[in-house]
Design a protein around this ligand. Structure first.
Ligand SMILES: N[C@@H](CCC(=O)N[C@@H](CS)C(=O)NCC(=O)O)C(=O)O
Length: 290
């Protein structure tokens, strides 16, 4: 009964972030397979799953292949009715589905002018009329969703739903390019940046993947506008307070100083994702607290 989820570079692949959140944020697990954007085309790397040619692609336990993120959301929701991908209230559910569908089909200017790049942030980004229109549309549909569903959470339709997963990369773009939006929409963007699952994905982006220059933009760079991580750095020498990696349970080989503690991990990626944002990882926080 294993799901196999194929994902792209976490720093850039906005659709992969959606696919991953549809698992991570709803208590589901999958075996993850990382496609390397530098080594070969995505289609070539997904050849065993053809005709799938984009990430995320999901191989279901029964072997069916799902390569559209909206279909991944629907299929996971149907197969895991208790996971809460869609609101239970029928009217809120309809609103959430509509939001996800509009995101999946639209916002082409925002998507092409401001590609997701979780490894940096920009300021002084010029706004074209089409980009302005995308931002005003976001404000409108987000406000409409909150008003009609009566959401009293940070999310659009009550509890975090698949609609929010679809807008997580949009929030990353709005924040990462310093785009100006109404305060209510800004609070929604901030909720995504502070969300522990989103932070874990961004930490993965800081730990793995390559810089792909074609995503670079020639704007002044600035600090990432999300929560400030705990002080942390990789260490060459030291004695770990723990014997086994908090992620894998394997013996430790790679060290980091995190909030004043020497913590060991089983490989550099485990170490670097913890260094990037330790507070996002309950396994690491449990060690710091013990
Ligand atoms: N409609 C697809 C879009 C997926 C998509 O375009 N993914 C990009 C990465 S973010 C990709 O795989 N691009 C590879 C390519 O176009 O060759 C979905 O909903 O998931």
């Amino acid at each position: 009964m294993t799901y196999h989820l194929y994902l792209g570079d976490p720093g850039y692949s906005s659709w992969s972030l959606r696919g991953w959140l549809l698992f991570e944020r709803f208590g589901l697990t999958a075996d993850l397979h990382w496609v390397d954007f530098l080594s070969d085309s995505v289609a070539a790397q997904l050849a065993p799953l053809a005709p799938a040619r984009t990430v995320p692609t999901l191989r279901l336990p029964d072997g069916a292949i799902v390569s559209e993120s909206l279909a991944i959301a629907e299929e996971l929701a149907t197969r895991n009715p208790g996971a809460g991908h869609w609101p239970a209230d029928p009217a809120a559910r309809a609103t959430a589905r509509n939001l996800a569908a509009e995101m999946h089909a639209g916002f082409t200017t925002l998507r092409s002018d401001c590609p997701m790049n979780l490894r940096t942030a920009y300021r002084d980004v010029p706004l074209s009329a089409d980009l302005e229109a995308d931002l005003r549309r976001l404000e409108q549909i987000w406000a409409h969703a909150r008003a009609t569903t009566g959401s009293d959470t940070p999310w659009l339709c009550g509890a975090y739903s698949a609609a929010d997963a679809f807008f997580a990369p949009v929030a990353a773009r709005v924040a990462g390019y310093g785009l100006d939006i109404f305060p209510e929409a800004r609070a929604y963007v901030a909720a995504h940046l502070a969300d522990p699952a989103f932070r874990r994905w961004r930490a993965l982006a800081m730990a793995r993947g390559n810089r792909l220059p074609w995503y670079d933009r020639d704007y002044p760079q600035t600090d990432w506008p999300g929560p400030t991580p705990l002080p942390a750095r990789a260490l060459q020498d030291g004695t770990a307070e723990n014997d086994v990696c908090p992620f894998s349970g394997k013996p430790v080989s790679d060290l980091a100083e995190i909030d004043g503690h020497c913590i060991g991990f089983c490989n550099p990626i485990c170490r670097d994702k913890a260094v990037a944002d330790a507070a996002a990882w309950p396994q690491v926080m449990a060690l710091l607290g013990s």
